[in-house]
Write a protein that binds this ligand. Structure first.
Ligand code: FAD
Ligand code: DHB
Length: 413
């Protein structure tokens, strides 16, 4: 990026119907974890941003997704003043369990990583905390922004056009952050000739439920069974999150509650006497699984972050955490740009972020292939999988490798 940083300015809101366009320093598309956290980090460094979100505030605060926060994500939310409710309501887990071949073995995350842990705290609660913090600080989040499009990416004055309340509007900025998730508009706005996409689509999905029941376990249980993978997670003392491997093309209508519970019981229960506690199912969804990376994560003045640039299968619980790690790198680069006009950190953004992205890709692929059953798997494959799980849960070296990835590798800077 061969230009000097413009002087700081304050965002101001003016409609575009004959009036001047809005202007800000960083225009952010998408109010997911990446966009909101970026806006928050920039604010703490005195940099203005406007977030444009296609959905309503109520919709983003109600979308049920991730639940596992890495140690670094928790530390960052806490250090930047948005961790108060997380500290009160989040559940710290010092270990996870792997169940296979009729037995259950624990990975002691805390002991194997020098005192780190994961925290169970739902993604939509993180969203609520960030939205509240941004609005309390006078930050601008434009909800219900329709027909968003990004322009002049290879100039020093990119812009974002959108519609709100039926009015066409334009936001001019120095830089655009594309934080609009996998199905957003930013990545497709990068010409195909300058981006490379790496992808692997898995032949299975996750059937996910929320059930009103007491916790089935004090720690997450990742299970490998002949009938397929199961994950036992939790949200609160009265609400549980469970997943089982399914055909990604299956239909929710094929799974009445009784059939779901039968499947969980068949895959989970063993001679150890453990019983799954059932309860009313209040949410069902089928999630497809893919690994995806777009390189580079930048085109001109457009910087992609989070799911807009990469997707991981959920087995490693990395998606939200990777989104946060990306924007830490981007916020630091933008602070250098606005603080002293340096452009080297922005130039390095893609390369720096991708180093961690690819390690998380590897981990997520590895956990997925170790724990799932594919239709083509032979008796040999099952035996080999069981041997791998036996090794990973009994070798200190292998357990440590799993643990340090699961609690989160250090953020790249
Ligand atoms: P998103 O959360 O997708 O946010 C993008 C935002 O942009 C959305 O609000 C969207 O409405 C908005 N948007 C889209 N298009 C436009 C547009 N054209 N204009 C304006 N706005 C737009 N990750 C973990 O780390 N741990 C887990 O335990 C975990 N579990 C998961 C379980 C499930 C069921 C699912 C589905 C995902 C899970 N993930 C997990 C992944 C995690 O939820 C995502 O990686 C994370 O949401 C990515 O954040 P993001 O901000 O990049 O994108
Ligand atoms: C949860 C989701 C995951 O993808 C995972 O690996 C662990 C937990 C959850 O939603 O709680």
């Amino acid at each position: 990026m061969g230009t000097t940083a413009p002087a700081p300015c304050r965002a101001f809101v003016t409609g575009h119907d004959g009036a001047a366009p809005m202007r800000t320093q960083v225009g952010i598309v998408g109010a997911g974890p990446a966009g909101l956290m970026l806006s928050h980090l920039l604010h703490l460094r005195g940099i203005e941003s406007v977030v444009l979100e296609v959905r309503s505030r109520a919709a983003i605060e109600a979308t049920i997704r991730a639940g596992v926060l890495e140690q670094g994500t928790v530390d960052l939310l806490t250090a930047t003043g948005v961790g108060e409710r997380l500290g009160r309501e989040g559940a710290i887990h010092h270990g996870i369990k792997l169940r296979f071949g009729g037995r259950t073995r624990r990975i002691d995350l805390h002991a194997l990583t020098g005192g780190k842990a994961i925290t169970l705290y739902a993604q939509h609660e993180v969203i609520k905390d960030l939205v509240e913090a941004r609005l309390a600080a006078g930050g601008q989040i434009r909800f219900d922004a329709k027909d968003v499009s990004v322009h002049d990416l290879d100039t020093d004055a990119p812009s974002i056009r959108f519609r709100q309340n039926g009015r066409a509007q334009e936001l001019r900025c120095d830089v655009i952050a594309g934080c609009d998730g996998f199905h957003g508009v930013c990545r497709p706005s990068v010409p195909e000739s300058v981006r490379t996409e790496y992808q692997r689509v898995y032949p299975f999905g996750w059937f996910s439920i929320l059930a009103e029941a007491p916790p089935a376990s004090d720690e997450l249980i990742y299970t490998c069974h002949e009938r397929g993978f199961v994950l036992i997670s939790t949200r609160s003392p009265t609400l549980q999150r469970f997943y089982f491997q399914c055909d990604p093309h299956d239909q929710i209508a094929n799974w009445p509650d009784d059939r779901i519970w039968q499947e969980f019981h068949a895959r989970l229960e063993n001679q150890e006497g453990w019983r799954l506690i059932e309860g009313p199912i209040i949410h069902k969804i089928i999630i497809a699984m893919r690994s995806f990376v777009c390189e580079p994560m930048r085109h001109g003045r457009l910087f992609l972050a989070g799911d807009a640039a990469h997707i991981v299968p959920p087995t490693g619980a990395k998606g939200l955490n990777l989104a946060v790690a990306d924007v830490v790198v981007l916020a630091r680069a933008l602070a250098g740009f606005y603080g002293s006009g340096r452009t080297d950190l922005l130039d390095d953004y893609s390369q720096t972020a991708l180093r961690r992205v690819w390690k998380a890709q590897h981990f997520s692929w590895w956990m997925t292939s170790m724990l799932h059953r594919s239709a083509e798997a032979s008796a040999f494959d099952l035996r080999r999988q069981l041997a791998e799980l036996d090794y990973v849960t009994s070798s200190p070296a292998a357990s440590t490798a799993l643990a340090e990835n699961y609690v989160g590798l250090p953020m790249e800077l």
